[in-house]
Design a protein around this ligand. Structure first.
Ligand code: HEM
Length: 157
């Protein structure tokens, strides 16, 4: 029961994180054209401030529930003489999950610089920063999808 609750929380946090990135890149960003030029980065910055606060919590939940499940699985499988071996999909998830968290840290650094650029009205810096954030978020979205597909196909194999 505890394991199922941890997995549910893990999955909900993943949905908020990966789903949010998908929405940002496929719906929000392509719709910015309806606004006047200067308003676009202002809206993106306001959206990112809220979304990244959510992702901060989501990554913490993903990490804590993931480590807790890992520890439970290890404890269950490590009886006398038994060896705990993780399925390949779990390796993919853990490695890419940690990389995704690193990339998110990098995005937060870029976002801090974007906010400063907007505050001091450094227009030349804004577009390149937004572009770097977009590319990093896209990389995280691709890794997130790979992890989910690997985990669900791995479970079906
Ligand atoms: C890096 C830290 C992470 C750790 C330690 C971790 C650990 C785990 C563990 C132990 C399970 C349970 C597997 C099972 O019982 O079958 C699990 C499930 C899962 N995790 Fe992770 N995980 C991490 C990050 C992520 C990330 C970043 C994603 C997606 C972006 C993700 C997606 C999933 C999915 C889709 C499942 C399967 C849930 C289900 O069976 O419905 N995990 N994770």
């Amino acid at each position: 029961m505890l394991y199922a609750a941890l997995k549910t929380a893990h999955l909900l946090a993943v949905i908020a994180w990966v789903g949010g990135m998908f929405f940002m890149l496929t719906c929000l960003r392509p719709s910015l054209g309806v606004l006047d030029g200067p308003l676009r980065p202002t809206l993106m910055s306001a959206v990112m401030a809220r979304f990244f606060a959510i992702v901060n919590v989501a990554t913490l939940v993903v990490l804590l529930t993931g480590l807790w499940m890992l520890w439970s699985a290890w404890r269950l499988a490590s009886g006398p003489g038994a060896v705990f071996s993780m399925p390949p999909s779990w390796h993919v998830m853990i490695v890419l999950g940690l990389v995704m968290m690193g990339v998110f840290g990098y995005v937060q650094g870029l976002f801090k610089r974007l906010r400063t650029a907007l505050q001091v009205q450094d227009g030349a810096a804004v577009a390149p920063l937004l572009d770097r954030i977009r590319k990093a978020v896209l990389a995280n979205l691709v890794m997130g999808v790979i992890v989910v597909v690997a985990m669900k196909l791995g479970a079906a194999a």
